[in-house]
Design a protein around this ligand. Structure first.
Ligand code: B12
Ligand code: SF4
Length: 441
């Protein structure tokens, strides 16, 4: 007979100065549990201090009498999760531990350890629903796709199911509303998240997103997405789609419907530089609909490096994208990847590019070959200090070729010192969204 499930979903905390936002993936699972009448709670470690993490977790488990723990995994939390699984099993031997999330989706083997019971890597949540409906016998689990489980002490790895193009449930946003006080994006305010598509149709070498959903780009019904965001009791929405601006007509339909329904919210989304360069005419409509922030993976400022990343864009696309966004009054948030081959001159040129193109909002990540990406296949023999907590885009994992690691990091911090105070000052003066303005005020 199936035991009564009482599910605690845990999001491990990691250092992040950039943002603290709702655990959308876990909210979808909480939504599923709600539909199925299963008791479920989210324990978001981001809502709590760094101290006494384990004892706090144990207290929550005891208080709710939870017997099923679901952990959300990113590349930078693998070791933490496996360590916690061991500690939890020792303290609560009868508890079931399941790991899912972005890192598990591609690198499920990392969690096939003694103290984890199930690893979830299927596309979408239909398999989780079937699991929860089943009696958890190896025979029942053997019928499912995209999970790993143990049979007679051996891990059984089931093939992934088909890509998905929608969610089977709505997110339970209790955690969002509860965590709103602490919710922020650096200097931008509080945001709710929404996801309207899966994966990405491009193939940048360093990118993990393009491998998700079995590498197949799919889109949710756009009207369903609009219904969803209309219901969110918050005025700032970040579409976390890997590239929201892809099908021109879909973007237009979205914007027109938002305007027609009189939805007054601010939107932020990712778009590629080539799309923005080629479709300037759509941007005033996007502005009218409420888009104020576009995140653009500019990545690099030379065609050679862009080619090396297989970005399929050019320096010219990058410049045109920034100009078109600024002309439409939309902020271009330039995302850059600092290559391990960066020279002193590259750092200088990057700053010059930012100045010449009047870019205010910038984010710099250090090139990291995440496991599962094309870059990992290329660089796996060269990686250094590849510990999971260091895989957050702010640590060196490939030895810099043109300077010492010390100098590389110094320069990495220095570009922040040279760019971030201006964001802060402009925010203070209320001019950080004036895309025509130059200077500090
Ligand atoms: C928004 C976002 C952020 C936000 C934070 C979001 C938040 N909620 O707090 C910010 C900007 C802070 C962020 C930071 C980081 N992020 Co991020 N982020 C994303 C993004 C764009 C969307 C995530 C999201 O909301 N998805 C929507 C939900 C619905 O999907 P989901 O979380 O995957 O959950 C589904 C499944 O995974 C599954 N699931 C999830 N958890 C569990 C648990 C169980 C038990 C089960 C059964 C299933 C399950 O069910 C859910 C519904 O289907 C993704 C890109 C992407 N394509 O996913 C990257 C992504 C998740 N981030 C990534 C990374 C690496 C990071 C960083 C750690 C490093 C970096 N350089 O980007 C940093 C942290 C740096 C730092 N120190 O701050 C990688 C993960 C790669 C990996 N192998 O783990 C991704 C895929 C992008 C990338 N860079 O390639 N990120
Ligand atoms: S970096 Fe952006 S454009 Fe490139 S594959 Fe990833 S999500 Fe797509």
């Amino acid at each position: 007979m199936q035991k009564e499930l009482r599910v605690l979903l845990i999001r491990p905390k990691y250092t992040s100065l950039v943002a603290h936002l709702e655990p959308l993936g876990l909210e979808y699972i909480a939504g599923l549990a709600k539909d199925m009448g299963i008791k479920c709670e989210i324990h978001d470690e981001f809502d709590h201090p760094w101290t006494f993490r384990f004892s706090r977790m144990c207290r929550v488990i005891k208080k709710g009498n939870y017997n099923y723990i679901g952990l959300n995994a990113n590349a930078n939390t693998v070791d933490y999760i496996n360590k916690r699984a061991k500690q939890l099993k020792k303290k609560f031997p009868d508890i079931t531990i399941q790991v899912g999330g972005p890192e598990a989706e591609m690198n499920y083997k990392e969690f096939c350890v003694d103290d984890v019971d199930y690893v979830y890597y299927d596309n979408g949540l239909s398999t989780l629903k079937k699991m929860w409906e089943s009696d958890f016998t190896p025979e029942a689990l053997d019928e499912l796709t995209g999970i790993a489980f143990k049979k007679d002490g051996e891990w059984i790895i089931k093939e992934k199911g088909e890509p998905v193009c929608g969610f089977i449930t709505k997110p339970d946003r209790t955690a969002f509303y509860r965590g709103l006080k602490k919710n922020y994006i650096f200097m931008k305010g509080k945001y709710a998240l929404s996801k309207a598509s899966f994966s990405c149709p491009f193939a940048c070498s360093f990118c993990y997103c393009t491998k998700m959903n079995s590498g197949v780009y799919t889109e949710r019904d756009i009207m369903e997405v609009i219904d969803e965001i209309e219901e969110i009791k918050h005025d700032k929405i970040w579409f976390v789609d890997d590239t929201f601006f892809f099908h021109r007509d879909r973007v237009k339909t979205f914007c027109n419907e938002i305007i027609k329904r009189g939805i007054k919210k601010n939107f932020m989304a990712y778009a590629r530089a080539d799309f923005l360069a080629a479709n300037p005419d759509i941007l005033p409509l996007a502005y009218e609909a409420g888009f104020r922030d576009i995140l653009v993976g500019l990545e690099a400022i030379s065609d050679e490096t862009l080619d090396e990343y297989n970005k399929q864009t050019s320096k010219n696309d990058n410049e045109m994208a920034i100009k078109n966004l600024h002309d439409a009054g939309i902020v271009c948030n330039g995302l850059f990847v600092i290559n391990y081959t960066a020279t002193r001159d590259d750092y200088r040129k990057l700053l010059k590019f930012i100045k010449d193109n009047n870019l205010l909002w910038v984010v710099f990540g250090i090139f990291t070959p995440y496991k599962g990406t094309d870059a990992y296949a290329e660089y796996q023999d060269k990686v250094i200090n590849f510990k999971s907590w260091r895989l957050d885009g702010t640590h060196i994992t490939l030895k810099p070729t043109n300077m010492s690691s010390f100098e590389y990091m110094l320069r990495y911090y220095w570009i922040h010192v040279l760019t971030y105070p201006k964001i802060m000052v402009r925010t203070l003066f209320g001019t950080s969204y004036d895309t025509k303005r130059k200077g500090w005020f």
